[in-house]
Design a protein around this ligand. Sequence first.
Ligand code: HEM
Length: 211
Amino acid sequence: MTSTLSWELARASGLTSYVLMTALVAMGLVLAHPAAARLRRPRPATRLALHVSLATFTLVFTVLHVVVLATDSYAQVGWLGVILPMASTYRPVPVTLGVLAVWAGLVTGLTARFAGRIAGRIWWPIHKVSAVAFLLVWGHAVLAGSDTAALRTFYLVTGGAVAVLAASRYAARAPRDRVEDLSAATRVGPARVESRPQSGAQPRTQQGVLR
Ligand code: HEM
């Protein structure tokens, strides 16, 4: 593969991964948003399946982004540079933001696999580290990309949209989250999910989904 081609591939996969991660975080905020209980479509099970699929595809394109950069000597990143902070010769600080985002994303993604099984609610506070991962990715994309000037509006709109959605989700209710719903929903097989009643409302039951 020529250096130009691999550089283009690294940028294309990075941008694809960024778009997927933006959708992933937005879908996560919608899943946990108290107002989402009023949404009929897509169904909660579909929303959760979409969230999990987006996580998988984000991982796939991130791996492509990272492997292409690690194997392209022209990129001056190297294998150490994609694993360790400050080990890249090319823009060490912006690249380190990407490295830390991958580690944070792996921790949040892997612990979520155990939601509803072991360690009770522990995965839930850990899962919120994904907000930090998004911030790191945003900073990484803006500072490491060679085309940031051309993409400025794109980064402002996508970053702003996630910030507004996050503010709306956390302003809507103190984060006493519907964590049982989400934990139960990630158990294997159709599971019955009891939602906590809201301000005097009757408990509601829904079919949970699974992986
Ligand atoms: C080990 C982790 C990572 C490393 C070493 C890394 C490295 C790099 C490098 C060297 C660039 C500069 C490419 C250029 O000049 O255009 C870059 C750009 C970029 N990366 Fe990463 N990255 C990592 C993780 C991520 C992740 C997790 C995402 C998204 C979820 C991401 C999204 C992007 C984006 C959107 C760009 C800008 C592309 C452009 O505008 O040209 N990166 N990355």
